[in-house]
Design a protein around this ligand. Structure first.
Ligand code: HEC
Length: 441
């Protein structure tokens, strides 16, 4: 009897089906990492990303920011940090340090590129800026919207009250949520989800956000302000869907664009979680290397990382999605492209977000500067999948053709690949292929 119940307990504890819920990352992914302690030393770390570099140039007087009465420093900051205006999205749920300024009539506009995010609310005293720093994860700044010389991006760790939690993988990170709000934009925390990424079905996304663009019969929670709007949505799905301009919702003239682009939103949602994952992997690897001198225990974590990198659990599109052509152009134009002109930044938007499902964030400094042992591990696991040696059902959504295309694109565009990536796996060169770690069942 005792043995029976012991077995039962063990079976429950170690049954992978019970431990790993589909759509989760790895076990423990939401536990906080002790990033303020010396081993990581976040608080005393020096940021090196684009914002820190711009500040140096402002201090030296080699760059000046333009100021204008409508937007303060916004347009000049976007230009200097190479953040496209076409990425504008609008969120009206009351969050951030300037929450009293945000409402459905005065939403917060957000702009982003691969590493920088900028928040602007008309008339608010501060621009909010965050940066996926190559070394230390997300770093937060405010910039006063009063004219000052030189303008100062102030690092602000108060932002971590919300930007470091189980919803950012326990590290300083970025957030996208989807909640119902009342008419004023106050969030009903019982109503939605606090972690939106590319796995979230469209019909759960965008509560508290405006959304412009078309998406056929698929429904979503964007453009719904207050309980009544949500009730109406049940009776008349998409009454507030397929919206192509926002004039009937609020006075758009104080914003850079009349849009909260659906494709930009989908990219943001993929990107924020991917960046948090890169930071988490970076921290985990540093801690494990300090403790054990190797990162072998991170094999399952690295596998989950690749699962997200390859969009293995992406929520499928059932109708085509279309947004701002300008955003699509700006986003795809930066490449890089392989010899045949293909890139990881090409959109699909018929069945999924990207044509070649491997995250373009593999080109960022944050990925490139991952500690060498963990990057080696990620590359060896990724190689197994792309060459078809790993046929695990986890990756069944990535077709053999996609694997081959991604492999070819990476070979042409990534300069830091291990040598064995360049060879075809044959009996002759087997000697140079890595000793591949076995994944736990
Ligand atoms: C009260 C919680 C809270 C605080 C404090 C907060 N934020 Fe946020 N922030 C959010 C949430 C939630 C989002 C996601 C959008 C939304 O739902 O409003 C967000 C989004 C952002 C974004 C867009 C990128 C992303 O993560 O999605 C930027 C930039 C940003 N915040 C900057 C800041 C800065 C800078 C500070 C500190 C000065 C700050 N935030 C403080 C809750 C907060």
């Amino acid at each position: 009897m005792l043995r029976m119940s012991g077995c039962l307990i063990l079976c429950i504890l170690f049954n992978p089906a019970l431990i790993r819920v589909s759509g989760d990352d790895f076990q423990g992914a939401t536990h906080m990492v002790a990033f303020e302690e010396n081993s990581i030393g976040y608080n005393n770390s020096v940021a090196t990303g684009a914002v820190a570099q711009l500040q140096k140039q402002l201090d030296a007087g080699t760059i000046k920011l333009r100021y204008d009465d409508s937007y303060g420093y916004l347009l000049s900051v976007l230009e200097q940090l190479k953040v496209p205006q076409s990425s504008q999205m609008l969120v009206f749920s009351k969050t951030s340090l300037q929450r009293e300024r945000i409402s459905p009539e005065t939403p917060r506009s957000l702009f982003f590129n691969d590493s920088v995010y900028i928040g602007f609310i008309p008339g608010a005293p501060l621009l909010e800026v965050s940066m996926a720093d190559p070394k230390i994860g997300a770093v937060f700044y405010t910039l006063s919207q009063s004219k000052t010389e030189p303008p100062k991006f102030q690092r602000n760790n108060q932002c971590l009250e919300c930007h470091a939690s189980s919803k950012t993988m326990g590290v300083p990170g970025h957030i996208v949520r989807s909640y119902e709000t009342d008419e004023k934009g106050i969030v009903d925390l019982a109503s939605g989800t606090s972690l939106v990424n590319h796995r979230t079905p469209l019909d759960e996304r965008w509560g508290g956000w405006y959304v412009t663009g078309t998406h056929g019969h698929q429904t979503h929670r964007g453009n719904l302000v207050g309980k009544k709007a949500f009730e109406r949505q049940v009776k008349t799905p998409n009454r507030d869907g397929n919206v192509t301009n926002l004039n009937s919702y609020f006075d758009v003239s104080r914003y850079v664009k009349n849009q909260s682009d659906i494709v930009a939103l989908m990219v943001l949602e993929h990107q924020t979680h991917m960046q948090n994952f890169i930071t988490r992997l970076n921290y985990e690897a540093s801690l494990q290397f300090q403790r054990y001198g190797h990162v072998r225990y991170l094999t399952n974590t690295a596998d989950s990382f690749i699962k997200y990198l390859l969009f293995a659990e992406e929520a499928p599109l059932t109708n085509a999605v279309s947004g701002s052509p300008e955003f699509v152009r700006d986003f795809t134009s930066t490449g890089p492209r392989d010899k045949r002109g293909r890139s990881l930044r090409e959109f699909d938007l018929q069945k999924r977000l990207f044509k070649n499902p491997c995250s373009y964030l593999i080109y960022t400094d944050a990925f490139d500067t991952l500690p060498a042992p963990i990057k080696d591990l990620v590359y060896s696991l990724l190689w197994q999948i792309l060459t078809g040696q790993n046929q695990s059902p986890t990756y069944s959504s990535v077709s053999p053709e996609s694997r081959q295309t991604i492999l070819e694109i990476l070979r042409d565009t990534k300069t830091d690949l291990p040598q064995y990536w360049r060879e075809k796996p044959t009996a002759q060169n087997a000697a140079i292929t890595p000793v591949l770690p076995k994944l736990n069942p």
